[in-house]
Ligand binder design. Structure first.
Ligand code: CO
Length: 218
C-alpha cells in the first residue's frame, strides 16, 4: 500500500511502448517542450486532456481545477497562462468544460459541500447572472448542462480579459481563445461557438455564444 507497485509497473510498460515506437522520444522531449495548446479544464478524472484530444506528452500544456475556473486573482492559473503564452508561445488556449460537472452541480444546489463552496462562489455568480435565461428554458432541459456551457463561455471571456492575453495581443502575438465542452456519455468534444482573438470584442463573442447556447437543440 505504501509503494503502489501496480502504477510503477504500468509506467514502465508505457515508457517501453513509447520507446519501441520512437527510440528518441524521451531524449527529445527532455531537451525542449513546444506545445501549441494550453488546455484549461476540469479536474474530473474522466476528462484527461491529452487522452481526449489524443496528443502525446509535449503537445499540450495543462491547467485543471474544479469546474475549469479562470479567476482573475488565482495566481496558479494566471502563472500557467503567463508561462504558456509568454514563454512557450502557445497559439491556442482551450477552455474545456464537461456536461454533468460535479462542480457546476454543486454551485447550483443549496447544499453545503465544504471548502470547495468558496472556490465555487464565482460560478454561483455566473448562475445568478444567467438566472433569467435558465428560468426561460423549456421544462425537461437539464439546467446543470446549460450552466456547464455558460460557465465555459464566461471563463473564455475571463482569459481574454487577463493582462497576459491583452499584452500578447498588443504585441501582435497570434493567440486564439476557444470554448469547448466534453460529453462524458460519448467521449466527444463540442465547440461552443466562441473563439476570441485580437480582432474580437469579447462582449460580442460572449453575446453570440450565449445566443447559440440558448438556441441549441436539447
Ligand atoms: Co467537472
Amino acid at each position: 500500500m505504501r509503494t503502489l507497485p501496480e502504477l510503477f509497473r504500468s509506467n514502465r510498460q508505457w515508457a517501453e511502448r513509447l520507446k519501441a515506437d520512437d527510440p528518441g522520444f524521451f531524449t527529445r522531449l527532455s531537451n525542449q517542450q513546444s506545445p501549441e495548446y494550453l488546455w484549461i479544464g476540469c479536474a474530473d478524472s474522466r476528462v484527461p486532456a491529452n487522452q481526449i484530444i489524443d496528443l502525446q506528452p509535449g503537445d499540450v500544456f495543462v491547467h485543471r481545477n474544479v469546474a475549469n475556473q479562470v479567476i482573475h486573482a488565482d495566481l496558479n492559473c494566471l502563472s500557467v497562462l503567463q508561462y504558456a503564452v509568454e514563454v512557450l508561445q502557445v497559439r491556442h488556449v482551450i477552455v474545456c468544460g464537461h456536461y454533468g460537472c460535479g462542480g457546476v452541480q454543486a454551485a447550483f444546489d443549496d447544499q453545503r459541500h465544504g471548502l470547495v463552496d468558496n472556490w465555487l462562489g464565482h460560478l454561483r455568480d455566473v448562475a445568478e447572472k444567467y438566472a433569467p435565461l435558465m428560468s426561460a428554458l423549456p421544462p425537461g432541459v437539464d439546467r446543470v448542462d446549460v450552466l456547464c456551457e455558460l460557465n465555459v463561455i464566461e471563463q473564455v471571456i475571463n482569459v481574454a480579459h487577463t493582462t497576459v492575453v491583452q499584452d500578447a495581443w498588443d504585441r501582435g502575438q497570434p493567440l486564439w481563445i476557444h470554448g469547448w465542452i466534453y460529453a462524458l456519455e460519448d467521449g466527444l468534444l463540442n465547440d461552443l461557438a466562441i473563439c476570441v482573438d485580437a480582432e474580437t470584442r469579447p462582449a460580442d463573442a460572449r453575446r453570440a455564444a450565449v445566443e447559440a447556447c440558448r438556441g441549441r437543440p436539447r
